[in-house]
Write a protein that binds this ligand. Structure first.
Ligand code: BGC
Length: 279
C-alpha cells in the first residue's frame, strides 16, 4: 500500500527556528502549506503567501498562530515583479525582517510537445522559475541589509528553492515543467555560489511523488497508485510533511554548512528503479 499511518507531527524541535521570520510562497495548499506549518512548529513566524483562495491561506495562518508564533497571509503573484516587491516590503515592515525564504509556488500545465501552447510554456516558466528568481532577489536584498544576527542564526539568510526530481529526470509530456525545474537547479547553484561569501545559504529540496492536488491523477485510483509505486523503491507515496521536515532542517543552523545542495526527498525515485531488475 502506498502510505503508512499519518506522518509524525511531533518530530520537529519546537525552538529550532525561534525568532526567525519565514516567507513561504504558495503556502495555502500542498507542500507549501505543510512547510509553512512545519516552520511554525519549529518556532518561526511565518508569512503564508497565496495567489488565490484567500480563506485557505488565512486558515493556514490561523493554524500556525495556534502554535504560539506570528503568522499572516499575504496575496501576491510571484511571477509579477511589483507584487513580489510589495510583499517583501510589507513583510519587512510588519515582521521586521526575512530570515528564511521558501520559494515554493509552482504549477503544472501538461501537454504533449506539439500540442503545448506558448501560453502553457510561458505560464510554467513564469511561475516556477521567474517567480523563484524574483522572490530570491528581493529576499536577498533584505538579508544583505540586515546581515548576520548571531543570536538568531549563524547565517544572514536562507533560501530553499522547491525543485523536483524532474530537475534530473526527463519527463515526457511535461517539457515546460521539467525545463522550469532544470532552470531552478542551475539558478540555485549559481545563487549559492554568488551569495555564500555573504553568509547567505541557498539550497533546494527536490520532492518526488508527494500526495498533493498537483498530481492528484497519479495517486487517486488504485491502478494509478500501483503504476506510481513502481517508480518508488521505498514503496510509499510521499506526504507533504516529508518535504516540510526536509525544509525545516535545511533552513536551520543544523545545516549551516550545507550550501548549494539539492536534497532529494523522493523515496528513491532518482535511483533508476527500472534497473533494480533490468539492465
Ligand atoms: C510533480 C508531480 C509528480 C512528481 C514525480 C513532481 O515534481 O509535480 O506531478 O508526481 O514530480 O514525478
Amino acid at each position: 500500500m502506498s502510505s503508512t499511518a499519518e506522518a509524525p507531527q511531533d518530530v520537529i524541535p519546537a525552538r529550532l527556528l525561534q525568532g526567525q521570520k519565514a516567507l513561504v510562497t504558495g503556502a495555502n495548499s500542498g507542500i507549501g502549506k505543510a512547510t509553512a506549518l512545519g516552520l511554525g512548529r519549529a518556532g518561526a513566524d511565518v508569512v503564508v503567501n497565496y495567489v488565490a483562495h484567500r480563506e485557505a491561506a488565512e486558515e493556514v495562518a490561523e493554524q500556525i498562530a495556534s502554535f504560539g508564533v506570528r503568522s499572516a497571509a499575504y496575496e501576491a503573484d510571484v511571477s509579477k515583479e511589483e507584487q513580489v516587491v510589495a510583499m517583501t516590503d510589507r513583510m519587512v515592515e510588519e515582521f521586521g525582517t526575512i530570515d528564511i525564504l521558501v520559494a515554493n509556488a509552482g504549477l503544472q500545465r501538461d501537454a504533449r510537445f506539439t500540442e503545448m501552447t506558448l501560453a502553457q510554456w510561458q505560464k510554467v516558466l513564469d511561475v516556477n522559475l521567474t517567480g523563484q528568481f524574483l522572490c530570491a532577489r528581493e529576499a536577498t536584498k533584505e538579508f544583505r541589509r540586515r546581515g548576520v544576527v548571531p543570536k538568531v542564526s549563524r547565517s544572514a539568510g536562507k533560501i530553499v528553492c522547491m525543485s523536483s526530481v524532474h530537475q534530473l529526470i526527463p519527463w515526457s509530456g511535461h517539457v515546460n515543467y521539467a525545463s522550469s525545474k532544470g532552470g531552478v537547479h542551475m539558478m540555485m547553484q549559481t545563487l549559492a555560489q554568488e551569495l555564500a561569501p555573504e553568509k547567505i545559504r541557498v539550497n533546494a529540496v527536490a520532492p518526488g511523488a508527494i500526495k498533493t492536488p498537483i498530481n492528484h491523477d497519479a495517486w487517486a485510483t488504485p491502478e494509478a497508485r500501483e503504476d506510481l509505486l513502481r517508480l518508488i523503491p521505498y514503496d510509499r507515496i510521499g506526504d507533504p510533511e516529508d518535504i516540510a521536515h526536509a525544509v525545516v532542517a535545511l533552513a536551520s543552523d543544523l545545516m549551516d554548512y550545507v550550501v548549494g545542495t539539492t536534497l532529494y526527498v523522493d523515496g528513491g525515485m532518482t535511483l533508476f528503479p527500472g534497473f533494480a531488475t533490468g539492465g
